[in-house]
Design a protein around this ligand. Structure first.
Ligand code: N1C
Length: 303
């Protein structure tokens, strides 16, 4: 009997050992299976995908910080009279307009919340447009502080000279490349922004409005420029009485008849059709003086 009991125990032990090992093996197996079936696909989905490559320069480094810094500088120092603007909200609305979105399918609606947070009245007779004459126009408003280019308003001031874009497959900005207007797509986040804010800037203008044009290039008025495509067509004839053009030649460049050139005639004609009066002056004195400050020795600057 004793020998029978002994032999039955010794027969069971190897059997129990095997089943414990088997259980451990099964646990490890199912554990691994869960990792493979769940964790790997989740990991793949969550893994940051490389941004698409575009032909244009990528988002400006420290874009958000620059935007915020400029917003506070403008509202606290440059134009404190503008009153309270919520820079945190403005910054969020700016980035929400393009982050996690296809940078080639940007729309005016994307920028609508940003536009609402940054509305700003420019006094009548004080709007200054420019085309291919950015430096000169801004030199002028720097000294004529009561005149405004778009970059002298909050939103233009914040965005001036920056580049930005996002990607539909990522919540980050693309710092490597952004779509170019010519080579990639026209509805890119950057161009749509300038079209949208330029449109509002023109719609809001009133009284006599001004434009600085570059008389040293073949077409001082370019119908494909933002000024020629967007701003001229969004002036409101019921409140804009006249457009005054100042066609400026670089110091030392030949020719002084730009106001009678064919491209300026096109501008005149478009405005006539829109019932807005037009006047034009070559080398407007006060702006000429600014050019001369930079070129005091030039013969044309000897008054
Ligand atoms: O295409 P443009 O000039 O005629 O645009 C200038 C015109 C101005 O009157 C502004 O109100 O349109 C507005 N505007 C800007 O304020 C602006 N700041 C920076 C348009 N574009 C602006 N930028 C960038 O310069 C933007 O990248 C755009 O494509 C250029 C346009 O410059 P431009 O051809 O000399």
């Amino acid at each position: 009997m004793a020998s029978h009991r002994f032999s039955s125990v010794s027969e069971e032990e190897p059997c129990c050992d095997i089943s414990r090992k088997t259980k451990i093996c099964l646990c490890v197996f199912f554990g691994l299976l869960i990792v493979v079936v769940i964790a790997v696909p989740v990991g793949i989905l969550m893994w940051p995908r490389p941004h698409k490559e575009w032909k244009g320069e990528g988002t400006t480094a420290h874009f958000y910080e620059i935007l915020m810094g400029r917003c506070y500088t403008y509202t606290q120092i440059v134009r404190p009279e503008l009153g309270h603007k919520d820079c945190q909200k403005i910054g969020k609305a700016f980035t929400s307009a393009f982050l996690s979105k296809d940078p080639c399918s940007s729309t005016e609606q994307d920028y609508e919340p940003l536009m609402e947070l940054t509305n700003q009245a420019v006094p009548c007779n004080k709007t200054l447009f420019w085309s291919k004459s950015s430096q000169l126009a801004h030199d002028y408003t720097r000294v004529r502080q009561n005149m405004f280019t778009l970059e002298d308003t909050l939103l233009g001031y914040m965005a001036d000279g920056l580049r930005w874009c996002g990607d539909s497959g990522s919540s980050d900005m693309n710092y490597k490349s952004c779509p170019n207007w010519r080579e990639d797509c026209s509805n890119n986040s950057f161009s749509v922004f300038w079209n949208t804010v330029s449109k509002r800037f023109a719609e809001d203008a009133c009284g006599v409005v001004h434009v600085v044009l570059n008389g040293s290039i073949s077409n001082p008025f370019d119908e494909r420029s933002t000024f020629g495509r967007v701003e001229v067509f969004n002036l409101r004839p019921e409140k804009v009485h006249r457009l005054q053009a100042w066609v400026m030649h670089d110091i030392g460049s030949a020719g002084s008849d730009s106001c009678s050139s064919s491209s300026i005639n096109v501008l005149k004609w478009i405005l006539k059709e829109r019932s807005i009066a037009f006047s034009c002056e070559n080398n407007y004195g006060p702006i000429r003086l600014l050019q001369c400050v930079k070129n005091p020795e030039h013969p044309s600057c000897r008054f």
